[in-house]
Write a protein that binds this ligand. Structure first.
Ligand code: NAD
Length: 487
């Protein structure tokens, strides 16, 4: 296998074939740190998308994957996970160069999670309990046959981790998959597909096509009637387009979309925990995390002290080359995104906000070739401002004050999004009360970003449709069938 430095060309994986785009066109994948060319990537056409669905359909209809026992599939998925573990360094380097994610995060969090996604769902399917309902001389039970062909469409901010969050359960339940990674970050999906085939995944079970949405390669993935499930992670705006396309064929969609989550700090919080966690919750992942606590609600009685500590620590975060182990924040993904993030900082000022720190692109010699933006903290806005209502998806924190629990909840839930929430308090009565009234798919109390894959994951409002994880993934990736027999 070629190393990153040697790689010049990526191909689609369709069936057992590595192929270019049907019209031969390509696009470039570049390192957001210095703009260096990493790969030429097939700019997939609608024909490519259709060919990948053909391959996945054939692999599903003719087997052997759907007919294997869960244990047989689990054995292969564990072998794929082993290959990921064995290539952890290489995959982490690829992820960091392609998307600007810090090497610490790629190496110690995201690539290990890739292997964990595979192992978790392999074991979950092998060991899941099943329902049986004896009722007099009737016995009823439930079968969970695979749904069929799954289109998996993933974003750039945690490329392989989020792709395998879809692929792992889809495959473990016996489906075949067409994956379309985000065009900004194609490298790890390509390498993963190579490793999966080498580890024994039958050809056609996982197909990977590269390129863009709409009329291009992603078109058939959402509109072909031979697709049985669509699992999408990305922006809420794209989610609407996918839902519209899927509706024409009644294709079920699981959509994990944007967020504008509240991070609430009460006066009784342990600030030695709340300050570093709150920093991580907005500036971790280069500020490009759907779950980030991008609205920071601080109880007014501690606002001054908290803001001083938070801002001081934010200024100290190391922003630079993501390949260095001491870096906390790498570059933003691309020029267009940097412009979007900065435009929101300008908007915040127009809306009356005060930039406490950050707010200008970093253009010194070491960072001039990359899309570097500093941790930025804004005060003086209301929750009604566009800055506080819209997803910026960058290292920009909007700080809002509150006095009471009810006020904090009212502000929190006054958002079209409902993905996650973070709460710092030592009053556990309050914590449970608030979790029960919070409009969010996930609530973290005195912690952040912990993920137990048995839990439902997804969002309310425009943050999501449906849930995945454990039994929730089973409901989505299978076609539950009730069987009743008279004894
Ligand atoms: P995006 O919506 O622009 O793209 C996501 C994927 O959809 C890409 O692969 C893209 O090529 C594809 N796509 C675009 N238009 C399409 C179309 N018309 N039909 C089919 N596919 C199409 O999102 P992005 O910029 O890659 O990712 C950032 C967004 O993802 C943010 O909004 C973030 O909050 C969200 N996100 C959500 C979660 C979650 O779990 N809820 C996780 C990560 C990211």
């Amino acid at each position: 296998m070629t190393s990153t430095a040697e790689r010049t060309e990526i191909r689609h994986l369709i069936g057992e074939n590595w192929v270019p785009a049907s019209d031969g066109s390509t696009f470039e994948s570049r390192d957001p740190h210095d703009g260096s060319l990493l790969a030429l990537v097939p700019k997939g056409t609608a024909e490519d998308g259709t060919a990948a669905i053909d391959a996945a359909r054939t692999a599903f209809d003719q087997g052997p994957w759907p007919q294997m026992s869960p244990k047989e599939r689990a054995k292969i998925l564990h072998a794929v996970a082993d290959a990921v573990d064995d290539h952890r360094d290489e995959l982490a380097q690829l992820e960091t160069r392609d998307g600007g994610k810090t090497i610490t995060q790629s190496l110690h969090a995201e690539i290990p999670r890739v292997a964990h996604n595979l192992r978790f769902f392999a074991d979950y399917v092998s060991m899941a309990a099943n329902e049986a309902y004896p009722d007099g001389d009737l016995l009823s039970y439930v079968l969970y046959p695979p749904a069929g062909v799954v289109s998996a469409i993933s974003p750039w901010n945690a490329p392989l981790m989020l792709a395998t969050w879809k692929i792992a359960p889809a495959l473990a339940f016996g489906n075949t998959v067409v994956l379309k990674p985000a065009p900004q970050t194609p490298l790890t999906a390509h390498r993963f597909a190579e490793l999966a085939l080498e580890a024994g995944l039958p050809p056609g079970v996982l197909n990977v096509v590269h390129g863009f949405g709409g009329e291009a390669v992603a078109g058939p993935l959402t509109s072909d009637s031979r697709v049985d499930r669509i699992t999408f992670t990305g922006s809420s705006a794209t989610g609407v387009k996918i839902l519209q396309a899927a509706a024409l064929n009644h294709t079920p969609v699981s959509a994990e979309m944007g967020g504008k989550s509240a991070n609430i700090v009460f006066a009784d919080a342990d600030l030695d925990v709340a300050v570093p966690m709150s920093l991580r919750a907005i500036f971790g992942g280069n500020g490009q995390v759907c779950l980030s606590g991008s609205r920071l609600l601080v109880q007014n009685s501690i606002m001054e002290e908290f803001l001083e500590r938070f801002t001081e620590e934010a200024r100290k975060l190391v922003v630079g080359d993501p390949k260095n182990s001491g870096t906390f924040m790498g570059p933003l993904i691309e020029a267009r995104h940097l412009e979007k993030v900065h435009s929101y900082v300008e908007l915040a000022q127009e809306e009356g906000g005060k930039i406490v720190t950050g707010g200008e692109r970093l253009t010194d010699a070491a960072r001039a070739d990359g899309f570097y933006y500093p941790p930025t903290v804004i005060t003086g806005l209301t929750n009604q401002s566009r800055t506080a209502q819209e997803e910026i998806f960058g290292p920009v924190e909007t700080v809002l004050g509150f006095d009471t629990e009810d006020e904090a909840l009212r502000i929190t839930n006054d958002s079209p999004y409902g993905l996650a929430g973070i709460l710092f308090t030592q009053n556990l009565d309050r914590a449970h009360r608030m979790a029960a009234r919070w409009k969010a798919g996930t609530v973290w109390i005195n912690t952040f970003f912990e993920r137990d894959l048995r839990l439902p994951f997804g969002g309310e409002g425009i943050s999501g449709l449906g849930r995945e994880g454990g039994q929730y993934s089973r409901e989505f990736f299978t076609e539950p069938r009730a069987v009743t027999i008279r004894l």
